[in-house]
Design a protein around this ligand. Structure first.
Ligand SMILES: O=P(O)(O)OC[C@H]1O[C@H](OP(=O)(O)OP(=O)(O)O)[C@H](O)[C@@H]1O
Ligand SMILES: Nc1ncnc2[nH]cnc12
Length: 213
């Protein structure tokens, strides 16, 4: 059964720049939008921010601290599952490295295939590839030939959208394979970097927005 997705909703959870830097977790300096799902507060608070990693000027959003809290990790996967259950998704495709962590349990919950999109030279079979530029690197992403088949409906999953270069390259890969990207889902959006614009109208679902610069 095909169901239409609701209009993409971003739940805005902002952390003031100077208060978001914490050696462990961000404490409750964020402002939640009225009516937002309370789980997003825990998820947002459990993201650690490391300034000047991997380069000076980058406020690195570290999702490994979500994984240290099983409740926050579960909320993250549950909220994505709730968004897509009832939608026809054949494949969840997750980006190396951090999109693999959230994409794989989501695919299990949805009962669909999981396809890893990997950095160059990591996949052993024949690959399709696409080049892209991120906030701090130039890279290539690869997918096994045959992993996505003609006409399949694909959900792209990553931890974060910054410039949108990575997700755009994922769309290119899926299209090369003859699949259709239904939506992209990320835990975090850095809206200042305007990554959404690079997606050219592809729906994007995010759980939290952060100030990234
Ligand atoms: O929207 P963009 O500007 O393309 O940036 C987003 C991408 O950057 C990060 O990955 P990174 O390239 O650091 O790879 P890693 O997860 O392997 O560290 C992040 O996990 C996204 O995949
Ligand atoms: N600020 C950031 N934090 C974590 N991952 C990123 N990928 C691109 N920009 C990033």
């Amino acid at each position: 059964m095909k169901c239409r997705l609701p209009v993409s909703i971003s739940i805005i959870v902002l952390i003031p720049y100077h208060q978001s830097v914490s050696p462990v977790h961000n404490q409750s300096t964020r402002r939640s939008i009225m009516g937002a799902d309370p789980r997003t507060a825990l998820i947002s608070d459990s993201i650690r921010i490391i300034p000047d990693f991997p380069k000076a000027g980058i406020m690195f959003q570290d999702v490994t601290t979500i994984l240290l809290d099983p409740v926050a990790f579960k909320h993250t996967v549950d909220m994505l599952h709730e968004r897509y259950q009832g939608t026809k998704i054949d494949v969840v495709a997750g980006f190396e490295a951090r999109g693999l962590i959230f994409g794989a349990p989501l695919a299990i919950a949805l009962g669909c295939a999981f396809v890893p999109l990997r950095k160059p030279g990591k996949l052993p079979g024949d690959v399709l590839s696409a080049d892209y530029v991120t906030e701090y690197s130039t890279d290539r992403i690869e997918m096994h030939v045959g992993a996505v088949r003609q006409g399949q409906r694909v959900l792209l999953v990553d931890d974060l959208i910054a410039t949108g270069g990575t997700l755009r390259a994922g769309v290119e890969l899926v299209q090369k394979a003859g699949g259709k990207v239904v939506e992209a889902a990320c835990i975090i959006e850095l809206p200042e970097l305007k990554g959404r614009e690079k997606l050219e109208g592809l729906p994007l679902f995010v759980l939290v927005e952060k100030e990234g610069l």
